[in-house]
Ligand binder design. Structure first.
Ligand code: AMP
Length: 281
């Protein structure tokens, strides 16, 4: 596997593959890699001829500077894991390589960035969209792979690709979970043992409630989730939203959409966890 830190070098290498008619698949990450990320790499491998991953902790998408400082970094381990999964190139740029000056690129994110994560993490999605756009310009992939774990992010990328007419297909990969159902996340390593023991209740509750639809109304499902979290010492709901799977518009009644998703953010002690579940009513 080639480790490249310079954008021009990566562009040159990938241009050769492109000219040889190879299909380039791209997986952007912020490192601290786990089975959630390697599932994306495996898909890119399956689908494309050349697999490129990036590791870049993007300062412009952190609205909380403490979160940026705390973000786990494990480059050596990440590189080994990518190589093990047959990744061909890993791009590990510096902040200056991605942002050579103070210029900020702004995109129309429609209504996608307003609710949920957008409301609680102001500016996060504009920073995320900017880095993905800049990375797409460098890598010029045919396909890019994103996890449904960050469902709102995935929808924003799809919207960005459409409005900016970027020649890349976006692929969604299902959420990878621990055996007890907890969605795998680099943030899970911040959980204390007693918090880790309660964290699986987030998905457990989502699954349990999803079986009570449509008998239970949208608002009953939302309040039942909040009430259930209150039974646990370390769990605290930040939001629970029931949205249309494609438009991400909130729904009030099941009849408004036959393909929905329940998205939640729950604090587990001092760690903020997100999860979601797909529903076909
Ligand atoms: P991150 O490094 O957190 O920015 O994530 C990089 C990519 O990995 C994003 O597309 C995430 O949605 C995806 N991802 C992270 N965790 C998981 C997971 N548990 N299952 C599926 N995809 C994931």
């Amino acid at each position: 596997m080639n480790i490249i830190r310079d954008a021009h070098k990566l562009k040159d290498a990938l241009t050769l593959h492109n000219e040889a008619g190879k299909r380039i698949g791209f997986v952007p990450t912020m490192g601290a890699l786990h089975r959630g990320h390697t599932a994306l790499i495996d898909w890119a491998q399956e689908f494309c001829d050349v697999c490129v991953a990036s590791i870049f902790v993007n300062p412009r998408q952190f609205n909380d500077s403490n979160d940026l400082v705390k973000y786990p970094r494990s480059e050596e381990k990440d590189v080994a894991l990518l190589a093990e999964h047959g990744c061909h190139y890993v791009f590990i740029p510096t902040v200056d390589e991605i942002y050579p000056d103070d210029r900020v690129l702004r995109f129309d994110l429609g209504e996608f960035d307003k609710p949920m994560e957008g409301k609680f993490r102001p500016g996060h999605f504009h920073g995320m969209a900017e880095v993905v756009y800049r990375l797409f310009k460098i890598v010029a992939p045919h396909d890019a792979f994103f996890g449904e774990k960050d469902y709102q992010q995935l929808m924003i990328i799809k919207h960005l690709v459409k409005t900016e007419q970027l020649p890349v297909s976006i692929h969604a990969v299902t959420i990878q979970r621990e055996n007890d159902g907890l969605a795998i996340s680099s943030r899970n390593q911040h959980l204390k043992p007693e918090e880790r023991a309660e964290a699986p209740m987030i998905y457990d509750t989502l699954r349990k409630l999803s079986k009570q639809i449509p008998e239970k109304s949208v608002s009953d499902i939302q309040s039942a989730f909040v009430d259930e979290m209150k039974l646990y010492r370390y769990l605290n709901t930040e939001y629970i939203s029931v949205v249309d799977n494609d438009t991400m518009k909130k729904i009030k009644h099941w009849k408004e959409s036959n393909h929905t998703r329940i998205c939640v953010a729950v604090w587990c002690g001092k760690t903020r966890l997100i999860d979601n579940i797909e529903l076909r009513v």
